[in-house]
Design a protein around this ligand. Sequence first.
Ligand code: NDP
Length: 300
Amino acid sequence: MPATIIDGKAFAAKVRAQVADHVTRLKDAHGITPGLAVVLVGEDPASQVYVRSKGKQTVEVGMKSVEHKLDAETSEADLLAVIDQLNNDPEIHGILVQLPLPKHLDEDLVINSIAPEKDVDGFHISNVGLLGTGQKSMVPCTPLGCLMMLRDHHGSISGMDAVVIGRSNIVGKPMAQLLLGDSCTVTIAHSRTKDLAEVVRRADIVVAAVGRPQMVPGDWIKPGATVIDVGINRLDAPERGEGKTRLVGDVDYDSCAAVAGAITPVPGGVGPMTIACLLANTVTACCRANGLDEPDGLTA
Ligand code: NDP
Protein backbone atom coordinates (compact mmCIF):
# COMPACT_ATOMS: atom_id res chain seq x y z
CA MET A 1 0.00 0.00 0.00
CA PRO A 2 1.46 3.42 -0.87
CA ALA A 3 2.36 5.70 2.03
CA THR A 4 -0.09 8.34 3.22
CA ILE A 5 1.27 11.73 2.24
CA ILE A 6 1.23 14.07 5.22
CA ASP A 7 0.23 17.37 3.61
CA GLY A 8 2.11 20.06 5.52
CA LYS A 9 0.80 22.81 3.28
CA ALA A 10 -2.84 22.01 4.07
CA PHE A 11 -2.07 21.49 7.76
CA ALA A 12 -0.22 24.81 7.94
CA ALA A 13 -3.27 26.54 6.43
CA LYS A 14 -5.40 24.99 9.21
CA VAL A 15 -2.96 26.19 11.88
CA ARG A 16 -2.96 29.70 10.39
CA ALA A 17 -6.77 29.73 10.37
CA GLN A 18 -6.79 28.72 14.04
CA VAL A 19 -4.26 31.47 14.82
CA ALA A 20 -6.33 34.04 12.88
CA ASP A 21 -9.45 32.98 14.78
CA HIS A 22 -7.69 33.46 18.11
CA VAL A 23 -6.29 36.83 17.03
CA THR A 24 -9.82 37.99 16.24
CA ARG A 25 -10.99 36.88 19.67
CA LEU A 26 -8.08 38.68 21.37
CA LYS A 27 -8.93 41.87 19.50
CA ASP A 28 -12.69 41.68 20.03
CA ALA A 29 -12.75 40.53 23.65
CA HIS A 30 -9.62 42.23 25.00
CA GLY A 31 -8.57 44.94 22.53
CA ILE A 32 -5.18 43.22 22.15
CA THR A 33 -3.37 42.73 18.83
CA PRO A 34 -0.47 40.24 18.97
CA GLY A 35 2.72 41.73 17.51
CA LEU A 36 5.72 39.99 15.95
CA ALA A 37 9.02 41.77 15.30
CA VAL A 38 11.58 40.29 12.92
CA VAL A 39 15.14 41.60 12.94
CA LEU A 40 17.25 41.03 9.84
CA VAL A 41 20.93 41.95 9.74
CA GLY A 42 22.55 42.09 6.31
CA GLU A 43 21.34 41.17 2.84
CA ASP A 44 21.47 37.37 2.69
CA PRO A 45 19.00 36.65 -0.15
CA ALA A 46 17.51 33.50 1.42
CA SER A 47 16.98 35.34 4.73
CA GLN A 48 15.31 38.22 2.89
CA VAL A 49 12.84 35.79 1.28
CA TYR A 50 12.04 34.18 4.67
CA VAL A 51 11.57 37.55 6.36
CA ARG A 52 9.23 38.79 3.60
CA SER A 53 7.19 35.62 3.84
CA LYS A 54 7.00 35.83 7.64
CA GLY A 55 5.87 39.48 7.49
CA LYS A 56 3.20 38.73 4.89
CA GLN A 57 1.75 35.77 6.79
CA THR A 58 1.83 37.70 10.10
CA VAL A 59 -0.36 40.42 8.58
CA GLU A 60 -2.65 37.84 6.92
CA VAL A 61 -3.58 36.33 10.30
CA GLY A 62 -4.39 39.81 11.65
CA MET A 63 -1.30 40.38 13.77
CA LYS A 64 0.96 43.41 13.84
CA SER A 65 4.20 42.88 11.91
CA VAL A 66 7.32 44.95 12.53
CA GLU A 67 10.54 44.54 10.55
CA HIS A 68 13.92 45.95 11.52
CA LYS A 69 16.38 45.74 8.65
CA LEU A 70 19.90 46.57 9.76
CA ASP A 71 22.92 46.75 7.50
CA ALA A 72 25.53 44.01 7.47
CA GLU A 73 28.07 46.14 9.38
CA THR A 74 25.73 46.85 12.30
CA SER A 75 27.63 46.67 15.60
CA GLU A 76 26.68 44.25 18.35
CA ALA A 77 25.81 47.19 20.62
CA ASP A 78 23.41 48.64 18.05
CA LEU A 79 21.73 45.26 17.48
CA LEU A 80 21.38 44.70 21.25
CA ALA A 81 19.84 48.18 21.56
CA VAL A 82 17.17 47.27 18.98
CA ILE A 83 16.40 44.04 20.85
CA ASP A 84 16.25 45.90 24.17
CA GLN A 85 13.74 48.34 22.70
CA LEU A 86 11.59 45.45 21.41
CA ASN A 87 11.87 43.63 24.78
CA ASN A 88 10.34 46.72 26.39
CA ASP A 89 7.66 47.38 23.76
CA PRO A 90 4.28 46.24 25.13
CA GLU A 91 2.85 45.93 21.61
CA ILE A 92 5.47 43.33 20.65
CA HIS A 93 4.87 39.80 21.94
CA GLY A 94 7.30 37.89 19.73
CA ILE A 95 10.85 38.72 18.62
CA LEU A 96 12.74 36.76 16.00
CA VAL A 97 16.32 37.50 14.97
CA GLN A 98 16.84 35.96 11.55
CA LEU A 99 19.83 33.58 11.50
CA PRO A 100 22.54 33.26 10.39
CA LEU A 101 23.99 36.57 11.60
CA PRO A 102 27.08 38.15 10.01
CA LYS A 103 30.29 36.63 11.40
CA HIS A 104 31.26 39.58 13.65
CA LEU A 105 28.11 39.13 15.76
CA ASP A 106 27.94 36.59 18.61
CA GLU A 107 24.78 34.58 17.85
CA ASP A 108 24.44 33.10 21.35
CA LEU A 109 24.82 36.50 23.00
CA VAL A 110 22.26 38.07 20.65
CA ILE A 111 19.67 35.27 21.07
CA ASN A 112 20.09 35.26 24.85
CA SER A 113 19.44 39.01 24.95
CA ILE A 114 15.84 38.44 23.77
CA ALA A 115 13.34 38.38 26.64
CA PRO A 116 12.67 34.60 27.02
CA GLU A 117 8.89 35.09 27.04
CA LYS A 118 9.14 36.88 23.65
CA ASP A 119 11.61 34.34 22.17
CA VAL A 120 9.21 32.84 19.61
CA ASP A 121 12.02 30.85 17.97
CA GLY A 122 12.57 29.03 21.28
CA PHE A 123 16.37 29.31 21.05
CA HIS A 124 16.99 31.30 24.27
CA ILE A 125 18.93 29.27 26.81
CA SER A 126 16.04 29.59 29.31
CA ASN A 127 13.59 28.09 26.84
CA VAL A 128 16.05 25.31 26.00
CA GLY A 129 16.31 24.51 29.72
CA LEU A 130 12.55 24.67 30.27
CA LEU A 131 11.91 22.32 27.33
CA GLY A 132 14.62 19.94 28.55
CA THR A 133 13.02 19.76 31.99
CA GLY A 134 9.49 19.34 30.66
CA GLN A 135 8.28 22.80 31.71
CA LYS A 136 6.18 25.31 29.78
CA SER A 137 8.45 27.05 27.28
CA MET A 138 8.56 28.62 23.84
CA VAL A 139 9.18 25.65 21.52
CA PRO A 140 11.37 25.89 18.36
CA CYS A 141 9.07 26.21 15.34
CA THR A 142 10.34 23.45 13.03
CA PRO A 143 10.28 20.63 15.61
CA LEU A 144 6.93 21.91 16.91
CA GLY A 145 5.53 21.64 13.38
CA CYS A 146 6.84 18.07 13.10
CA LEU A 147 5.26 17.14 16.44
CA MET A 148 1.90 18.61 15.42
CA MET A 149 1.91 16.56 12.21
CA LEU A 150 2.83 13.38 14.09
CA ARG A 151 0.09 13.92 16.69
CA ASP A 152 -2.42 14.68 13.96
CA HIS A 153 -1.53 11.57 12.00
CA HIS A 154 -1.22 9.10 14.88
CA GLY A 155 -3.37 10.55 17.63
CA SER A 156 -0.94 9.32 20.31
CA ILE A 157 2.73 8.52 19.65
CA SER A 158 3.32 7.24 23.19
CA GLY A 159 5.60 4.19 23.31
CA MET A 160 6.73 4.44 19.68
CA ASP A 161 10.41 4.05 18.75
CA ALA A 162 11.63 7.33 17.23
CA VAL A 163 14.96 8.06 15.57
CA VAL A 164 16.01 11.65 14.96
CA ILE A 165 18.88 11.96 12.49
CA GLY A 166 20.71 15.19 13.31
CA ARG A 167 21.60 16.81 16.65
CA SER A 168 21.50 20.54 15.88
CA ASN A 169 20.23 22.96 18.51
CA ILE A 170 17.49 24.26 16.21
CA VAL A 171 16.03 20.96 14.97
CA GLY A 172 17.52 17.65 16.14
CA LYS A 173 17.88 18.20 19.89
CA PRO A 174 14.54 19.98 20.50
CA MET A 175 12.81 17.41 18.25
CA ALA A 176 14.16 14.62 20.43
CA GLN A 177 12.98 16.44 23.59
CA LEU A 178 9.49 16.84 22.16
CA LEU A 179 9.27 13.17 21.17
CA LEU A 180 10.46 12.20 24.65
CA GLY A 181 7.83 14.55 26.10
CA ASP A 182 5.21 12.56 24.17
CA SER A 183 6.67 9.32 25.63
CA CYS A 184 8.46 7.96 22.56
CA THR A 185 11.62 5.90 23.02
CA VAL A 186 14.09 8.24 21.35
CA THR A 187 17.44 7.72 19.66
CA ILE A 188 19.42 10.68 18.36
CA ALA A 189 21.73 9.79 15.46
CA HIS A 190 24.47 11.98 14.01
CA SER A 191 27.55 11.90 11.82
CA ARG A 192 29.43 9.56 14.20
CA THR A 193 26.59 7.05 14.62
CA LYS A 194 27.70 3.49 13.81
CA ASP A 195 25.53 1.56 11.37
CA LEU A 196 22.94 4.28 10.87
CA ALA A 197 20.92 2.03 8.57
CA GLU A 198 20.33 -0.50 11.38
CA VAL A 199 19.45 2.26 13.85
CA VAL A 200 16.89 3.75 11.44
CA ARG A 201 15.41 0.32 10.63
CA ARG A 202 14.23 -0.02 14.24
CA ALA A 203 12.19 3.18 14.14
CA ASP A 204 8.43 3.60 14.01
CA ILE A 205 9.09 7.32 13.47
CA VAL A 206 12.08 8.68 11.53
CA VAL A 207 12.81 12.41 11.59
CA ALA A 208 15.58 13.33 9.14
CA ALA A 209 17.26 16.71 9.82
CA VAL A 210 20.69 16.31 8.27
CA GLY A 211 21.11 18.70 5.33
CA ARG A 212 22.29 15.96 2.92
CA PRO A 213 20.11 15.50 -0.15
CA GLN A 214 18.21 12.19 -0.32
CA MET A 215 20.58 10.54 2.16
CA VAL A 216 18.05 8.09 3.64
CA PRO A 217 17.09 5.31 1.19
CA GLY A 218 13.90 3.26 1.35
CA ASP A 219 15.66 0.09 2.48
CA TRP A 220 16.54 1.82 5.80
CA ILE A 221 12.83 2.29 6.58
CA LYS A 222 10.82 -0.22 8.61
CA PRO A 223 7.65 -1.11 6.68
CA GLY A 224 4.80 1.12 7.84
CA ALA A 225 7.01 3.66 9.65
CA THR A 226 6.27 7.39 9.58
CA VAL A 227 8.95 9.50 7.89
CA ILE A 228 9.25 13.22 8.63
CA ASP A 229 11.67 14.89 6.25
CA VAL A 230 12.98 18.21 7.59
CA GLY A 231 15.72 18.63 4.98
CA ILE A 232 15.63 21.41 2.42
CA ASN A 233 18.29 20.91 -0.25
CA ARG A 234 18.47 22.57 -3.65
CA LEU A 235 19.70 20.45 -6.54
CA ASP A 236 20.46 21.53 -10.10
CA ALA A 237 17.61 20.52 -12.42
CA PRO A 238 18.81 21.03 -16.01
CA GLU A 239 15.76 19.00 -17.19
CA ARG A 240 13.63 22.00 -16.11
CA GLY A 241 15.69 24.43 -18.15
CA GLU A 242 19.00 26.21 -17.93
CA GLY A 243 19.98 27.30 -14.41
CA LYS A 244 16.85 25.75 -12.87
CA THR A 245 16.89 23.96 -9.51
CA ARG A 246 14.55 21.75 -7.52
CA LEU A 247 14.10 21.15 -3.81
CA VAL A 248 14.67 17.73 -2.27
CA GLY A 249 14.66 16.53 1.31
CA ASP A 250 17.08 14.43 3.33
CA VAL A 251 15.23 11.22 2.43
CA ASP A 252 14.95 9.60 -0.97
CA TYR A 253 11.24 10.25 -1.36
CA ASP A 254 10.25 7.62 -3.93
CA SER A 255 11.99 4.64 -2.32
CA CYS A 256 10.94 5.69 1.21
CA ALA A 257 7.31 6.31 0.19
CA ALA A 258 7.19 2.78 -1.22
CA VAL A 259 7.88 1.31 2.24
CA ALA A 260 6.68 3.90 4.78
CA GLY A 261 3.19 4.11 6.23
CA ALA A 262 3.24 7.90 6.02
CA ILE A 263 5.70 10.50 4.76
CA THR A 264 6.07 14.27 4.44
CA PRO A 265 6.99 15.54 0.96
CA VAL A 266 9.57 18.21 0.14
CA PRO A 267 8.40 20.80 -0.69
CA GLY A 268 5.01 20.93 1.00
CA GLY A 269 5.76 19.03 4.22
CA VAL A 270 7.65 20.41 7.20
CA GLY A 271 8.58 23.72 5.50
CA PRO A 272 5.14 25.41 5.53
CA MET A 273 4.56 24.29 9.14
CA THR A 274 7.58 26.24 10.37
CA ILE A 275 6.14 29.72 9.71
CA ALA A 276 2.68 28.58 10.84
CA CYS A 277 4.25 27.55 14.16
CA LEU A 278 6.01 30.90 14.42
CA LEU A 279 2.61 32.59 14.22
CA ALA A 280 1.22 30.06 16.72
CA ASN A 281 4.08 30.82 19.12
CA THR A 282 3.43 34.55 18.81
CA VAL A 283 -0.24 34.19 19.73
CA THR A 284 0.74 31.86 22.60
CA ALA A 285 3.31 34.42 23.84
CA CYS A 286 0.67 37.16 23.64
CA CYS A 287 -1.83 35.13 25.68
CA ARG A 288 0.79 34.32 28.31
CA ALA A 289 1.90 37.98 28.53
CA ASN A 290 -1.70 39.00 29.21
CA GLY A 291 -2.59 36.13 31.56
CA LEU A 292 -5.16 34.77 29.08
CA ASP A 293 -5.98 31.19 28.07
CA GLU A 294 -3.77 29.83 25.30
CA PRO A 295 -5.35 28.41 22.14
CA ASP A 296 -5.67 24.61 22.24
CA GLY A 297 -3.31 22.44 20.20
CA LEU A 298 -0.91 25.19 19.13
CA THR A 299 1.95 24.31 21.42
CA ALA A 300 3.63 21.27 22.93
P1 NDP B 1 22.94 21.23 10.90
O1 NDP B 1 23.95 21.26 9.81
O2 NDP B 1 23.03 22.19 12.02
O3 NDP B 1 22.93 19.75 11.56
C1 NDP B 1 22.99 18.62 10.75
C2 NDP B 1 23.06 17.38 11.61
O4 NDP B 1 23.14 16.27 10.74
C3 NDP B 1 24.28 17.33 12.52
O5 NDP B 1 23.90 16.95 13.83
C4 NDP B 1 25.18 16.29 11.87
O6 NDP B 1 25.92 15.51 12.77
C5 NDP B 1 24.18 15.40 11.19
N1 NDP B 1 24.79 14.72 10.07
C6 NDP B 1 25.53 15.23 9.05
N2 NDP B 1 25.93 14.27 8.22
C7 NDP B 1 25.45 13.11 8.69
C8 NDP B 1 25.53 11.76 8.27
N3 NDP B 1 26.19 11.40 7.19
N4 NDP B 1 24.89 10.83 9.01
C9 NDP B 1 24.20 11.16 10.12
N5 NDP B 1 24.09 12.43 10.56
C10 NDP B 1 24.71 13.38 9.85
O7 NDP B 1 21.52 21.29 10.18
P2 NDP B 1 20.09 21.79 10.72
O8 NDP B 1 19.65 20.93 11.84
O9 NDP B 1 20.07 23.25 10.88
O10 NDP B 1 19.19 21.47 9.43
C11 NDP B 1 19.05 20.16 8.92
C12 NDP B 1 18.26 20.21 7.64
O11 NDP B 1 16.96 20.74 7.91
C13 NDP B 1 18.83 21.11 6.54
O12 NDP B 1 18.53 20.56 5.29
C14 NDP B 1 18.05 22.41 6.70
O13 NDP B 1 17.97 23.15 5.51
C15 NDP B 1 16.71 21.87 7.09
N6 NDP B 1 15.89 22.80 7.86
C16 NDP B 1 14.59 22.93 7.47
C17 NDP B 1 13.74 23.75 8.15
C18 NDP B 1 12.32 23.82 7.70
O14 NDP B 1 11.63 24.77 8.00
N7 NDP B 1 11.80 22.81 7.00
C19 NDP B 1 14.20 24.58 9.27
C20 NDP B 1 15.56 24.30 9.67
C21 NDP B 1 16.36 23.45 8.97
P3 NDP B 1 27.14 16.10 13.66
O15 NDP B 1 26.48 16.87 14.76
O16 NDP B 1 27.83 14.89 14.13
O17 NDP B 1 27.95 16.97 12.75
